[in-house]
Design a binder for this molecule. Structure first.
Ligand code: C5P
Length: 307
């Protein structure tokens, strides 16, 4: 048996820090969307001889990762092994094609872990598991990556609400090649003594690209300023993105350093991405996933905060 799945990059259109928990984690309000750019996982189920899963890592950013027990793909496999009460992982052979820059604010490791949860549970016939709840034990961004569709994220990232389908939009991703450690950026935010920000107030739905942009302009990413202080090239990336024809909004995702630009016209997005690549930065462009039928229920509003 062989399965293949993309693990799409997760982008935070905004990220407000609304509070802090006793365990040090920060309470957030964010809208996560998924880019067309993705890692790829292939899973083969075979007779094993006992012991560990085989994990091989390839692709342009593969060299930055170890295929050891700390790898989120193998940690996801171990969570399912425990849940299924299996003796070992030796029937799993996993190939990860790492196309996304690591430690870059686009949830690459989380998306890989979520894809591993989906594929291994399917291969082992574990139908009734709540993969989002299991994903929470692996990282705050893993739950939203399980379904991989646009969702509002609250709590520390584990409280997810569906949103109405988003307008068509081309997203340009840019990463300057400098890894940024998430805990360091949260620490710098705390050191700046910036106040907590209220949850974003959004219109019930966005029927047009312009309606979405005007709402998003009233939101921000609280981690952007501290990330720029730690890694000033992020400011340069944003300045170049903003200068491009057709770029309606440019912002950093997550704790950085990857930034995104939103474009209504594909030609403008492709031209911007080519110009950013010419600067020696990593970049990719494509149509984002709008959410489709899964998010189309009239009961879901952008401003809703479900628990
Ligand atoms: O959960 P994850 O491993 O992605 O988080 C990495 C680090 O980011 C945490 O150890 C914590 O320092 C910080 N973090 C946080 N609040 C969140 C998510 C992450 O403080 N909601």
């Amino acid at each position: 048996m062989s399965l293949k799945s993309p693990a799409n990059a997760k982008i935070n259109l905004f990220l407000h820090i609304t509070g802090r928990r006793a365990n040090g984690y920060h309470e957030l309000d964010s809208l996560a969307v998924f880019a067309s750019t993705a890692d790829t996982l292939e899973l083969t189920l075979a007779e094993g001889v006992g012991g560990r899963a085989a994990l091989s890592i390839e692709g342009p950013f593969g060299a930055g990762l170890q295929a050891d027990e700390g790898n989120l793909v193998l940690r996801a496999a171990a969570v399912l092994r425990d849940k299924a009460k299996k003796a070992d992982l030796s029937d799993l052979s996993i190939r990860l094609m790492k196309n996304l820059p690591v430690a870059s604010g686009i949830g690459g490791g989380s998306a890989d872990a979520a894809a591993a949860l989906r594929m291994i549970s399917q291969a082992w016939g574990l139908d009734c598991l709540n993969l989002e709840a299991l994903g929470e034990t692996l990282g705050a961004d893993v739950p939203v990556c399980v379904a991989g569709r646009p969702r509002r994220m609250q709590g520390i990232g584990e409280i997810l609400s569906d949103v109405p389908p988003l307008p068509r939009c081309f997203m340009v991703l840019v990463n300057p090649g400098v890894p940024v450690a998430t805990p360091a950026v949260f620490k710098a935010w705390r050191a700046s003594e910036a106040p907590f920000t209220p949850a974003a107030e959004l219109s019930p739905r966005w029927d047009t690209f312009d309606a979405m942009i005007s709402d998003l302009e009233r939101t921000h990413n609280d981690l952007q300023a501290p990330a720029i202080a730690l890694c000033p090239v992020i400011g340069d990336v944003l300045a170049v993105l903003r200068s491009r024809t057709g770029c309606a909004l440019a912002r950093m995702s997550g704790s950085g350093a990857t930034c995104f630009g939103l474009f209504e016209r594909e030609a403008d997005a492709l031209a911007a991405s080519a110009a950013l690549l010419a600067k020696g930065w990593w970049s990719d462009a494509g149509l984002w996933s709008t959410g489709g039928a899964a998010g189309s229920s009239a009961a879901h509003e952008l401003g809703a905060t479900e628990r």
